[in-house]
Design a protein around this ligand. Structure first.
Ligand SMILES: [Zn+2]
Length: 415
């Protein structure tokens, strides 16, 4: 037999052997149900700053991770696995204070790591160990600030849409709508023929509001879980009805109308957040709402009867719930602006603003300040101030988005 034919027969023999093994393996897979990956071991090592988790599997698995707060937790969602690792892998010396695991359904397993404090997931990867041939899921964690953690929780929520819907299906037996990004509609007040207020220094409200909305949009673009729309991005007129209509069409989760109005009392200054109410909280609020509601008339539009009043706004439960969210956002915005921006006394006020009338969209009207006040006018032209305030508001929006998603995150926890 020459070399070539020898090689042929050896090759054929190998191929047959592989075939036989494959058939046998196939048989054992079907008979022993060995398709389910087994988590053979779990090791946790590290300290309160840096911690590594290694979970050894007999084959590669797909994993989705998610962060939950109150308390701080790392949630791993996997295909159905068998648990062969010791249950007491966490000894309390690392970032991890405890481990829980179990099946969520016949196709879905979950491992939850309870953490000693806020943390950051540096990496999650699957790699095969050459010696043992096992497939190791390696997760590297490090301590983080509360703020970093809060931001990661937001992102985790929006990127784990698949997991969330899978869990909802498990629980309810029916599919739910896929989750979508948190939608913010920014509404720069006035525009086009309606210039809004004008400061003593010549600053026009419609320019201030547009510039600020753009800065805020820019800042929010860094936030992966948000999508931002603006009711106008140029110097055009938009009617009040079109502003609320735009927010509803886009399924907004939050609507922020931005203004810089004029008050009769020139000494009054500072940022103010308004929510809707049939009765005004005070004379200033009443005056602002009255002016704002005239915006359409300024542009020569006669509002129809139906959209004119705000007396009907609080009649049903959905509207009450929306108002609750609006107030919640107003408080967050004020808390985050405090310490940076000068706020008016009693910075959360309310009145009958037509632009806040959407029954199903949490809405606030933000006065950046008042152009009737010389110092406020000066501030509103300041680039650094504008960026700083946009930062604070973006932070409040992120917090609000996290709160809105909380019930989903908790509901899908399954424990
Ligand atoms: Zn205005």
């Amino acid at each position: 037999m020459d070399r070539r034919s020898l090689a042929f027969f050896v090759g054929l023999g190998r191929a047959l052997l592989v075939l036989v093994i494959s058939v046998l393996a196939g048989l054992s897979v079907t008979t022993a149900n060995a398709q389910i990956p087994v988590a053979l071991d779990m090791r946790i090592a590290g300290d309160r700053e840096v911690t590594r988790i290694v979970i050894e599997f007999d084959r590669p698995v797909e994993v989705d991770q998610r962060l939950l707060d109150h308390p701080w937790r790392l949630v791993l969602d996997l295909q159905k696995i068998l648990y062969g690792f010791p249950g007491d892998a966490a000894d309390g010396s690392s970032l991890i204070s405890g481990v829980r695991y179990g099946d969520m359904s016949e196709q879905h397993s979950r491992i939850i790591f309870q953490m000693t404090g806020p943390f950051h997931v540096r990496s999650v990867r699957m790699r095969q160990d050459r010696e043992s041939a096992r497939h190791n899921l390696v997760i590297d964690l490090e301590a983080a600030s509360e703020l970093e953690f809060a931001e990661a929780v937001d992102r985790a929520f929006t990127t784990s849409a698949v997991v969330n819907s899978a869990q909802k299906r498990d629980r309810l037996g029916t599919a739910v709508q896929p989750s979508r990004p948190f939608t913010v509609v920014l509404d720069p007040g006035h525009g086009g023929i309606d210039g809004g207020a004008r400061g003593a220094g010549g600053t026009r409200e419609k320019d201030v509001t547009l510039a600020f909305a753009r800065a805020l949009r820019e800042r929010l673009s860094e936030y992966a879980g948000a999508q931002v729309f603006m009711t106008r991005d140029t110097d055009v007129f938009v009617s009040l009805g079109d502003r609320t209509g735009f927010a509803r069409q886009h399924g907004a989760d939050l609507f922020i109308s931005i203004h810089a109005d004029y008050l009769r009392r020139r000494d009054v200054r500072g940022a103010t957040v308004y929510t809707i109410s049939e009765k005004a909280s005070d004379a200033v609020a009443a005056q602002i709402a009255e002016n704002e509601n005239l915006a359409d008339s300024v542009a020569g539009i006669v509002p129809d009867e139906e959209s004119n009043g705000v007396a009907d706004i609080l009649i049903d439960l959905a509207r009450r719930e929306t108002l609750g969210f609006s107030v919640q956002f107003a408080r967050l915005a004020i808390a985050d602006m405090k310490g940076f921006a000068r706020l008016i006394k009693n910075p959360h006020r309310f009145a009958g603003f037509r632009v806040l009338k959407a029954p199903d969209v949490p809405s606030v009207l933000l006065e950046l300040g008042y152009l009737s006040n010389a110092e406020d006018e000066k501030l509103m032209k300041d680039e650094e101030w504008k960026q700083g305030l946009a930062d604070r508001l973006a932070l409040a929006i992120e917090k609000f988005a996290a709160l809105s998603s909380k019930d989903i995150a908790v509901a899908s926890d399954g424990n």
